[in-house]
Write a protein that binds this ligand. Structure first.
Ligand code: ATP
Ligand code: MG
Length: 390
């Protein structure tokens, strides 16, 4: 039996005149994700993209798994190709959907006939196929309102196909349709989730990670790369920059008022991230911050951090509880990596009593105590290490 994958566009349908270019981008993204599995043909029609394998030995399970993580897809399904002949359709429907039909209690048939030369009309196909399925599966009853399984038959120009229920797609918008942004990635739970959430809106990612050896280890850095690999399964390639942060952190420790350590560190992170972002043609930064989570994430602290960069800073987790963030991290499979206990530069030299209501003027005054700060920032920037995450 020849199988294909049918992809339903998501929000794309709303995009008016832009729709076709969004669709083209989606097709390109799907192609890119599965092309190493073999040759496929892609056909667009209405809001469906047909993905047809051209070799017999293509791993369609793997292709479907990858497609489930392509943004811009509302739903997809696997379908079995049939001859445009009702006898072939009915036999293949029962064979192809045998497992689902055996397990279900209720079903209905929906038929769509876009080839008007096909001798049976849609209601007739539904009725006849429904009757045939009932005769083969004694466990089944018809329920037109809330069936366990909808058997869909489509009769198109080239051939007909049958399929079972749709599978929910990754949603969002196709990667690359909304520009580029740089995510500040730590080894924690929140920042990979933030990266995923913005990528879902069609934003292409690059990433910045601050490392402070010897206070932070090689293993901590590897953990970050493992997290990014998980995110990249959705977002595609993530060009990542590891910024050497030790000298700056030690300078903060040596010259600044302790209660401002963290907030100044965060401001320097923003300044450097913006430099990396500009180099990577990004127009925004992304962080995993959430109001009130820690002292450096009070509204007052965030306002001081904000001023360090002129680019917009997107914080998609801003209004979320930790539980909600964790639910997403489990879904995208980053949680188990995030909870591995490695140190982050944020946990080095943490003040005992951080200011939760810092005033920007005071913070800037404290920051200005660092001698030759600009030169030090430039040095960190000049020594970034680039890693391509696929
Ligand atoms: P997570 O690290 O997952 O965000 P968290 O609650 O530990 O969880 P913080 O450590 O307070 O968050 O950091 C807030 C945000 O700052 C992170 O979401 C991330 O965007 C950024 N950040 C923190 N540490 C680093 C780092 N070492 N490199 C790059 N960005 C970082
Ligand atoms: Mg963290």
């Amino acid at each position: 039996m020849k199988e294909i994958i049918l992809v339903k566009n998501g929000e794309l349908a709303l995009k008016g005149l832009n729709r076709s270019s969004f669709e083209d981008k989606l097709v390109k993204n799907i192609k890119h994700k599965i092309s190493d599995l073999g040759d496929f043909e892609f056909t667009k029609s209405q809001s469906t993209i047909m993905v047809e394998p051209l070799d017999d030995d293509i791993d369609l399970d793997e292709a479907a798994d990858r497609i489930s993580r392509v943004f811009g897809i509302a739903a997809f399904s696997r379908a079995c190709e049939c001859e445009k002949d009702f006898d072939d359709i009915k036999v293949k429907a029962c064979e192809y959907l045998f497992d689902e039909l055996s397990e279900a209690e209720t079903f209905k048939v929906e038929a769509k006939r876009s080839d008007k030369k096909f001798p049976m009309k849609s209601p007739e196909i539904s009725r006849e196929l429904g009757g045939y399925i009932l005769s083969k599966f004694k466990n089944l009853k018809v329920d037109v309102h809330n069936p366990d399984i909808i058997v869909t038959v489509e009769v198109r120009e080239k051939y007909a196909f049958v399929r079972g229920n749709n599978i929910k797609g990754a949603g969002g918008m196709p990667t690359g349709t909304n520009g580029r942004a740089a995510v500040l990635i730590s080894g924690g739970i929140d920042s990979p989730v933030a990266a995923y959430m913005m990528a879902k809106r069609g934003i292409e990612l690059c990433a910045v990670h601050f490392a402070s050896p010897p206070y932070t280890s090689e293993l901590a850095e590897m953990k970050v790369m493992d997290l990014l690999k998980k995110v990249a399964r959705y977002s595609g390639v993530i060009t990542t920059y590891v910024v050497p942060f030790t000298e700056l952190q030690e300078a903060i420790r040596d010259y600044c008022l302790e209660e401002y350590f963290t907030i100044i560190m965060r401001r320097l992170m923003m300044k450097l991230s913006q430099k990396v972002a500009e180099m990577q043609n990004c127009t925004a930064l992304i962080t995993g911050e959430s109001v009130g989570q820690v002292a450096s994430q009070t509204m007052y602290a965030l306002a001081c951090t904000d001023c360090a960069a002129s680019m917009p800073i997107f914080r998609p987790c801003i209004g979320m509880d930790k539980e909600e963030i964790i639910a997403i991290s489990r879904k995208i499979d980053t949680f188990d990596i995030s909870i591995q206990p490695y140190e982050d530069c944020c946990t080095v030299f943490t003040p005992k009593h951080p200011k939760t209501r810092p005033h920007l003027d005071d913070v800037i005054k404290a920051e200005q105590k660092i001698p030759e700060l600009d030169a030090m920032l430039q040095r960190a920037f000049d020594n970034v290490k680039k890693v391509i995450i696929k």
